[in-house]
Design a protein around this ligand. Structure first.
Ligand code: SF4
Ligand code: FE
Length: 477
């Protein structure tokens, strides 16, 4: 297993081509826009060495019997799924941000069971190939980007019917050595500071779209790979400390648009190539695993938001007001409700044919659907408690300015015993954790709300519910 520092050192050996605002980033390590995300991902490595959390941060590989970082582990039991949830909440509490590595973790788990099912039905040999790859991941402690979302072009058209055939990642040719892949992946959380990406299809596919059924691993710096780092709300502030809110770990995960311009992938890194009938299974499993997480990592974050709101009430002198106390209770209720759902979909997990354990997909989709609402409500309440000052606060530069500083210090004071700088820090933390990019991530990360509603309709067994109603009142037809 790597420590956080060893992980950071390992990134220095990679040479990804990555641009931000038209300029090439020479090294992601030390770059002010990317370093916070690196620090956050490093927490997923450090957790494995924390004696207090060893049981959560590590696991015993079912393949080798070795102790491994849990982020490279294939869940074997519902208890493993519960440990994942507890681990993600704990890391969220430490980082206050997205630590990115769960996407690759979920991709590994989804590909593991899907390749097994594929081989059983089609007689292919993808699973044993994947197991060999996985052993290397466990050993090297690889940081992997789960690369699912395609740009998708015209959402009303299937991949092969798009005006531009590259709107979804597809293979353009194959030979004895491997395949050539073309297209792009969008919203790629953690890509800038990962070692590899695990490409998956983005949607269920039909036979005419078989070329889009591609699952494979590509190093982030493979020839033909180009990354464009996205803008975030307030990213111009990344050069100031307090104004960032969470200067150590940033806001959300740091996303890229990653372009694959005829990238060669050797066969030992290809786990699906044309088997369109399994694309839907892979997408559904990945999405359910990833939706499980949101009542875990985000609850680590809401723990911090609630704490910050209680603190700002202290600093503002409003902590004793009954309506403030009640609003904090409301936030706690919403937060723990989301956590309950993550625990529930984990506890109700079941073994698949491969022997690996899968969350209850219906409940996992409920988790994420709740996140798209309750996080917004928690953030709304946080703005209510903190006050309009989170939108109008002078900058850190003015706070520390040789002439203006005394006015900012004088008039931005709340409770007299609290240093003004502390009030600034908490206000900025609330502002940054509850607005802009952070909120949108809760809406669309792990799939937009409608994607969950499709799954809820599919998984809920409405016919069974009709039968229950009929039986109760003696209707038979
Ligand atoms: Fe992990 Fe949460 Fe970030 Fe998704 S949003 S990668 S689940 S920390
Ligand atoms: Fe996410």
């Amino acid at each position: 297993m790597l420590t956080g520092q060893e992980y950071i050192e390992s990134l220095k050996k990679l040479k990804p081509i990555i641009y931000y605002e038209g300029k090439k980033i020479e090294s992601v390590v030390g770059h002010p826009l990317i370093q916070p995300h690196i620090n956050s991902a490093a927490a997923t490595y450090d957790v494995a060495f924390d004696p207090a959390f060893e049981d959560l941060g590590t696991a015993v590989s079912h393949l080798t019997g070795e102790k491994i970082n849990r982020f490279t582990y294939i869940h074997q039991t519902p208890e493993d799924l519960v440990k994942k949830v507890k681990m993600l909440r704990m890391i969220g509490q430490r980082t206050g941000s997205c630590f990115q590595r769960c996407v690759g973790f979920d991709a590994l788990n989804a590909v593991y069971s899907t390749t097994y099912d594929m081989d059983q039905k089609l007689g292919t040999s993808y699973h044993s190939r994947f197991v060999e790859y996985l052993k290397g991941v466990e050993k090297r402690d690889t940081m992997i980007t789960g690369a699912m979302t395609d740009p998708k072009g015209d959402r009303g058209l299937k991949p092969s019917k798009q005006a531009d055939p590259d709107m979804y990642v597809h293979y353009v040719s194959k030979n004895e050595e491997g395949i050539i892949v073309r297209g792009a992946k969008a919203h790629m959380t953690g890509m800038a500071n990962s070692h590899e990406m695990l490409i998956m299809p983005t949607t269920a596919l039909k036979e005419e779209d078989a070329d889009y059924a591609v699952c494979c691993v590509i190093p982030v710096d493979a020839p033909g790979v180009l990354h464009i780092f996205g803008r975030q709300t307030n990213d111009g502030r990344k050069y100031n400390e307090i104004d960032q809110g969470n200067f150590k770990f940033g806001v959300v995960g740091g996303e890229t648009l990653t372009i694959l311009e005829d990238v060669f992938v050797p066969w030992d890194k290809v786990f699906m190539c044309g088997e369109y009938e399994f694309a839907g299974t892979l997408v559904e499993r990945f999405a359910s695993f990833h939706r499980q997480n949101y009542g875990a990592c985000k609850i680590g974050l809401t723990d911090i938001i609630i704490g910050a709101c209680a603190l700002i009430a202290d600093y503002n002198g409003t902590a004793k007001a009954n309506h403030i106390k009640d609003k904090i209770v409301e936030m706690i209720h919403l937060s723990e409700t989301m956590y309950c759902c993550s625990l529930a979909c984990s506890g109700e997990g079941r073994k698949l044919a491969s022997g690996a354990c899968y969350v209850d997909p219906l409940l996992a989709n409920v988790v994420k659907q709740n996140i798209t609402r309750y996080i917004y409500e928690i953030c709304r309440i946080s703005h209510d408690i903190a006050g309009g000052i989170i939108a109008t606060l002078p900058s850190e530069v003015d706070l520390k300015h040789p002439e203006l500083g005394k006015y900012v210090q004088k008039y931005m004071m709340g409770v007299a015993s609290v240093p003004v700088e502390n009030r600034f820090k908490i206000l900025r933390l609330i502002e940054n954790m509850t607005g802009g990019t952070a909120l949108v991530e809760s809406m669309h990360g792990a799939g937009s709300p409608q994607a969950q509603r499709v799954m809820l309709a599919r998984q809920a067994n409405l016919e069974h519910k009709k039968e229950l109603a009929k039986k109760l009142v003696d209707i038979s037809d």
